[in-house]
Design a protein around this ligand. Sequence first.
Ligand code: HEM
Length: 188
Amino acid sequence: MKGIVFTEFLTLVEERFSLAMVDQIIEAAQLESGGGYTAVGTYPVEEMVRLLQQLSARCGIAIPTLLQIFGRYLLGRFVLSHPRFFAEQRSTLDFLAAVEEHIHVEVRKLYPDAELPRFHCERPDRSTMTMTYRSPRGLADLAQGLIEGCAAHYQETVHIAREDLSDGHGTHVRFTLSIVAMNSGQAP
Ligand code: HEM
C-alpha cells in the first residue's frame, strides 16, 4: 500500500484525536517499518490493518466505521491534490464511472507499484449505477467512504445499497447507487 494512504490516515488521526494517539497506535502496532511513512514509499497493507486495530481498541469505533470515515476524509484530500479529475466530471456517478478507466489509470502512472482495486460499473439509467468492487485487500468499507465523499463533493444525496458477494470478506462487493437529489448545476 502506498505511503500516501498511511500519511493521510495518520494526519486524520492527529486531527480528530491527537498527536499522542498517533504515537500510541504506531508504538502498539509494532510495525516493521517503524511507522516513518513517506508518501512515495510502499508498505504492507497489514500495517494499515494493525494501525486500525489499535485505533479501534482505543477510541471504541469499529474498524469498518473507521475505514468509512477515512474514505470520506481521503476523498476530500484528493479533491485538493487532484482538482482536475473532479473538474472534468459533473456528477457523483460520472466521477465514479471514471475511476476504473481514467483516474486509477493516471494514479498507476504516478505510482507504478500502486495496489489498486478493480471496479465494474453498469448504469441502467442516469440516476442509478451499480459499482462492483474487487480487491484481495478487502477494503470495501474504504470504497464506501470514498463514494460518500464523492457525493458530498458534488453536493448530491446518494442512497448506497451494499451487497457482499464474498461471504463478508469485503473483497467482492456490489454497491447500488441511486441519486436521491441532484446538485442544482446539472440539467434535469
Ligand atoms: C482523485 C481521485 C482518486 C485518487 C487520486 C485515487 C488514488 C488512489 C491511490 C494512490 C491508492 C493507493 C494504492 C496503493 O495503496 O498502492 C488508491 C487505492 C484505492 N482506491 Fe483510489 N483514488 C481516487 C478515487 C477513488 C474513488 C472515488 C474510489 C471509490 C469508489 C477509490 C477506491 C479505492 C480503494 C478502495 C483503494 C484501496 C485499495 C484496494 O481496495 O485494493 N478511489 N486510490
